[in-house]
Design a protein around this ligand. Sequence first.
Ligand SMILES: *[C@@H]1O[C@H](CO)[C@@H](O)[C@H](O)[C@H]1NC(C)=O
Ligand SMILES: *[C@@H]1O[C@H](CO)[C@@H](O)[C@H](O)[C@H]1NC(C)=O
Ligand SMILES: *[C@@H]1O[C@H](CO)[C@@H](O)[C@H](O)[C@H]1NC(C)=O
Ligand SMILES: *[C@@H]1O[C@H](CO)[C@@H](O)[C@H](O)[C@H]1NC(C)=O
Length: 371
Amino acid sequence: MEHLDSRLTILLLLLSVIPFSTQKTTVTWCVMSNAEEQKCLDLAGNATLRKVRGTLLCVRGLHSRDCMEKIKNGTADAASMFVDDIYAAGLCYGLELAAGESRNGVDGVSYYVVALARRSSSDLSLLEMHERSSCHPGIRTTVGWTVPIGYLVNTSQISVGEQCNFPRAVGDFFGYSCVPGVQDTQHDPRGTNPKNLCEACIGDDNDRHICANNPRERHFGEAGALRCVAENLGDVAFVKHTTVFDNIDGRNQESWALDLELEDLKLLCPDGTEAGLEEHERCHLAAVPADGVVVRMDDKCRVWKFLERLQNVFGNATEGFSLFSSVGYGEADVLFSDSTHHLLRVLGSYSSWLGPTYTTALQAFECEGFC
Ligand SMILES: *[C@@H]1O[C@H](CO)[C@@H](O)[C@H](O)[C@H]1NC(C)=O
Ligand SMILES: *[C@@H]1O[C@H](CO)[C@@H](O)[C@H](O)[C@H]1NC(C)=O
Ligand SMILES: *[C@@H]1O[C@H](CO)[C@@H](O)[C@H](O)[C@H]1NC(C)=O
Ligand SMILES: *[C@@H]1O[C@H](CO)[C@@H](O)[C@H](O)[C@H]1NC(C)=O
């Protein structure tokens, strides 16, 4: 009897272990483009070749929301997503993150959004921006819209009221601005967005394409927003912490950039103080996290283990297939960003990855009905 008992115990133990080790070791990746699909297939083939435990399958999704739906209903297990999609995946589909990219090998910050001003602009405080002029890389961009407008809402400087009309509230708030694209039909279907949101824009050499959502507007993008402040049209520009450094020392040959002097610029901090250009780690509007791998909550561990095995073999590859290279796929940042150092395991919830400053900015847009 005792003998039988212990055999039964062993059997039960085996039964409880076997299903785990042979349990679906297949990870189905939802890919959203031809380039992603090709890299996924190459990864799968090379993983099999190198005898990495587990099988990678690639299924085609139409767009990020389609992949979220597929992961939720089990048709897929994982997908690489941008930060704003990670927020939607968590909030609207109850999904989580198995891993996130690290650029520096330490944390998951992709970049900081900073507020840049001329050093000569005294009496300028981020807590008192009413009637000031502002330069934004573009409408609906993380750097130029979501983060700065989210900050102004959170600090109660802007209120959108029940209409939830952000362009109107922003136009009422600033004296004049350049928000490229704000009058495009896509963002202004009724043509009612305030005119002053384009008054710090300059268009091209022939005064055409004013406020266009492309580089023909010379104040478009992060470099354009920097130019807008450098040329004294705006009091403040919302840019990345790297923007200034990407445009000095001859890296940008346009005359406004060649004239740029680092000592003429400063950062405005969210607490109303100011700081030097290098102090972005303590003086920023938001730390925007890097992209991550979206999964079902109960699948976090399994997918992470698989990713860990993949990056051990292909993460630092100097020849053959390389996980963090997109050479040969016709575009940059395929499946993972090319600047990824390695993938970090995300143990906490998706919002811990997104971080408090970025999450606060997104929450300010709640009335737009995100899901
Ligand atoms: C391995 O990856 C390379 C691209 O890096 C690709 O050309 C090759 O076909 C892949 N091998 C297999 C077996 O899929
Ligand atoms: C899962 O969701 C996808 C995307 O919406 C859909 O095409 C597919 O039919 C769904 N599958 C199941 C089994 O519900
Ligand atoms: C690649 O190698 C470096 C240096 O040994 C190490 O710090 C890093 O974590 C490795 N990356 C991956 C993805 O394994
Ligand atoms: C949002 O506002 C609250 C209260 O004013 C403040 O404590 C918090 O730090 C703000 N968050 C961000 C990200 O600015």
